[in-house]
Design a protein around this ligand. Structure first.
Ligand SMILES: Nc1ncnc2c1ncn2[C@@H]1O[C@H](COP(=O)(O)OP(=O)(O)OP(=O)(O)O)[C@@H](O)[C@H]1O
Ligand SMILES: [Mg+2]
Length: 210
């Protein structure tokens, strides 16, 4: 199963989620972001005596397609897409089994979601099938309970479904990365439980679409 974390907007938590999901699921990452954020975190991981995770870097769309063609579907992989629109990122979205779009429940984030929705409409038109992504509320205030505004907006947009899982803003997510660790590799915390719940939901969706 190919699980892609994608949003044309930067800084929404794609790399952070790809990192923790990859470790929780024990699967490699294809890093399509030229910033190579996770390669740096992987170096920190090695420096702290942990076995680095497998991060693959296709240099262009052809290399990515070659990788995709040789990928057997019984193996899972996570793709971290850069926060911009490009042919390579569109290809990744198109070939994925599940696309997760992290979004923050702030009014200032809505424009970005509309823009990405237009990209999904565009991809759908060019390939002739309806592309859908699962929106994950990420980096939300740990004390927020009412997400009705963003939920209504997502419900009104045909290329989005909303995940049940919610990931809150938690220092544990970035502190653990400072030592190249996944939140699920330490003690049981709210952050680790959120990632494990997300993994369970992804697996449930994976079974449904099999
Ligand atoms: N749930 C969270 N809790 C705490 N901090 C978070 C959370 N999600 C994201 N962040 C922080 O937000 C910032 C952006 O995250 P990240 O680099 O993962 O975004 P991105 O979508 O990959 O960005 P880009 O598009 O530039 O690649 C980072 O500083 C990250 O630590
Ligand atoms: Mg990133």
């Amino acid at each position: 199963m190919i699980i892609t974390i994608a949003h044309s907007k930067g800084g929404v938590g794609k790399s952070l989620l790809a990192w923790h999901l990859s470790i929780a699921m024990g699967v490699p990452i294809i890093d399509l972001d030229f910033q190579k954020t996770l390669v740096y975190v992987n170096k920190l991981r090695e420096m702290h005596g942990r076995v680095p995770i497998n991060i693959i870097h296709p240099e262009n769309t052809e290399a990515f397609i070659g990788l995709y063609d040789s990928w057997t579907n019984d193996k899972d992989i996570i793709i971290d897409v850069g926060g911009f629109d490009s042919d390579l990122n569109r290809t990744a979205i198109y070939v994925s089994d599940i696309v997760i779009t992290p979004a923050v429940d702030r009014v200032t984030e809505m424009a970005g979601l509309y823009k990405f929705h237009a990209v999904l409409e565009d991809i759908s038109q060019s390939v002739g099938t309806k592309i859908k992504t699962y929106v994950l509320l990420n980096d939300v205030s740990p004390v927020s309970r009412d997400f009705s505004v963003i939920k209504d907006m997502i419900d009104s947009l045909g290329h989005f479904d909303l995940l049940e899982s919610i990931v809150a803003h938690r220092a544990d997510f970035y502190r653990s990365m400072e030592e190249g660790r996944g939140v699920t590799e330490g003690i049981d915390t709210k952050a680790s439980r959120e990632i494990l719940a997300l993994v369970a939901e992804i697996k449930r969706i994976g079974k449904e679409i099999e």
